[in-house]
Design a protein around this ligand. Sequence first.
Ligand code: NAG
Ligand code: NAG
Ligand code: NAG
Ligand code: NAG
Ligand code: NAG
Ligand code: NAG
Ligand code: NAG
Ligand code: NAG
Ligand code: NAG
Ligand code: NAG
Length: 404
Amino acid sequence: MALFIFLSFLFYAGVCSALKLTVPSHTIHGIEGQPLHLTVNYNFNTTASEVQIIWLFERPQTNSKYLLGSVNQTVVPDLEYQHKFTLIPPNASLMINPLHISDEGNYIVKVNVRGNRTIAASQKIQVAVDVPVTKPVVHTEPSSGVVEYVGNMTLKCTVGKGTRVVYQWMKNGKRLHAGPNYTFSSNNATLLILPVVKEDIGNYSCLVSNPVSAMESEIIAPTIYYGPYGLRVKSDKGLKVGAVFTVDIGEAILFDCSADSNPPNTYSWIQRADNTTHVIKYGPHLEVISEKVAQKTIDYICRAFNNVTGKRDETHFTVIVTSVGLEKLAQKGKSLSSLAVITGISLLLILVMAFLFLWKRYQPYKVLWMTLEYMNLLLFLILLVVLGYVILHHKLILSFFFIP
Ligand SMILES: *[C@@H]1O[C@H](CO)[C@@H](O)[C@H](O)[C@H]1NC(C)=O
Ligand SMILES: *[C@@H]1O[C@H](CO)[C@@H](O)[C@H](O)[C@H]1NC(C)=O
Ligand SMILES: *[C@@H]1O[C@H](CO)[C@@H](O)[C@H](O)[C@H]1NC(C)=O
Ligand SMILES: *[C@@H]1O[C@H](CO)[C@@H](O)[C@H](O)[C@H]1NC(C)=O
Ligand SMILES: *[C@@H]1O[C@H](CO)[C@@H](O)[C@H](O)[C@H]1NC(C)=O
Ligand SMILES: *[C@@H]1O[C@H](CO)[C@@H](O)[C@H](O)[C@H]1NC(C)=O
Ligand SMILES: *[C@@H]1O[C@H](CO)[C@@H](O)[C@H](O)[C@H]1NC(C)=O
Ligand SMILES: *[C@@H]1O[C@H](CO)[C@@H](O)[C@H](O)[C@H]1NC(C)=O
Ligand SMILES: *[C@@H]1O[C@H](CO)[C@@H](O)[C@H](O)[C@H]1NC(C)=O
Ligand SMILES: *[C@@H]1O[C@H](CO)[C@@H](O)[C@H](O)[C@H]1NC(C)=O
């Protein structure tokens, strides 16, 4: 320390001189076991009779140590350290090889130039020595998986080698920050998720770094059990209004029940009749063949059960079996138009009857061949034809009248 004060005095004495001593950086991070160059540049505008370079080392709470020095081209090493430090004058840069953790500290370089008078300059470089980090490994606890809202999960990041390690957690490639459900240990090496929710599913990794290196762990995707959520029943055909499916008689209809869960749900289909229910099938699909159902309206339940979370959900739906006509009617959704058809046919019938009546009344003598009986028969035939047409082509009209 005393030596440094002395050197500093010399430095200040030469402040007005033309000697410039510069270093690219006052802080340097070195890698353990590797060579380190402490680069120094200097220049001066006097003619020198002698150029002196001195390197000193100091650590907090210790005395400064002389490492080596040079006068012109001659290097004067400290015999204790001569294998480790190299100086090639007039280059004032110092090479340390190999660098060890114990070499961490401050390096002071001083250059003295003797011309008409002596001018001097010095610089200090802070050297930190780090061991590069190795690839970290992440362990989850419990490794078997966690049930949503029930358990907690701990992710532990361990790194084999490395000094001054900084831990950072990543989820799906983004930095994870502390929050109500995320707690980090004091050095951030451990992440506690409490409570665990479905949204915590993702790709986690641990990023470790220090000033000389950075490494990321393999991705880990913890197992989180959840559900069932969003239970719904779909069918391949049939008309669906709310929870009511309308099917034509004779048609087979396939129902599909699905809900989001981990592990996959087990599904059961339950038929309700009067006050009793009974399971008719297990599995996500149910086929209903409408010919085989006895009633016109059947109530079903699809139940999803997650055997790990112990939670279940169920949805009720109704199947109504109709004739083709009713379905068409429903598809058209316009009973008004069929009413119009019926009204039209009725009007037509009334017009035909009125016409025949008038014809009989005003031309009884001109049309001798047309007796009253014949006219009645004709009227009856016309009615039959119209009715036949209606039966064949407008089944829906009939169904409108006869099916409740
Ligand atoms: C050297 O440079 C300094 C300023 O940089 C100046 O004051 C001094 O006069 C110079 N000396 C010579 C001999 O040029
Ligand atoms: C050194 O001093 C001598 C006289 O003492 C002078 O002639 C010369 O110019 C000086 N050199 C420089 C570089 O200042
Ligand atoms: C240093 O080198 C200069 C020339 O560059 C020379 O004049 C001087 O005598 C040398 N000094 C020593 C101690 O070798
Ligand atoms: C001094 O040596 C260092 C390496 O030890 C090198 O990077 C630098 O360029 C040298 N400077 C000069 C002026 O030769
Ligand atoms: C996390 O769960 C374990 C059991 O799985 C329990 O022992 C521990 O106390 C829980 N930790 C917290 C912070 O709730
Ligand atoms: C945190 O936990 C609560 C339940 O306590 C949950 O509703 C919320 O979605 C969780 N937030 C995050 C970001 O996981
Ligand atoms: C832990 O991480 C947080 C950001 O998530 C950061 O602000 C904090 O400085 C870190 N602590 C340590 C000791 O690295
Ligand atoms: C997690 O990684 C896998 C592949 O490793 C990828 O398929 C999946 O989409 C990722 N998940 C997220 C949420 O990024
Ligand atoms: C839970 O259900 C899954 C299928 O969803 C099945 O593979 C597993 O054996 C069941 N576990 C138990 C304990 O019943
Ligand atoms: C259904 O059960 C209730 C009592 O739970 C009973 O009052 C009712 O009569 C039952 N209905 C039929 C159709 O069995």
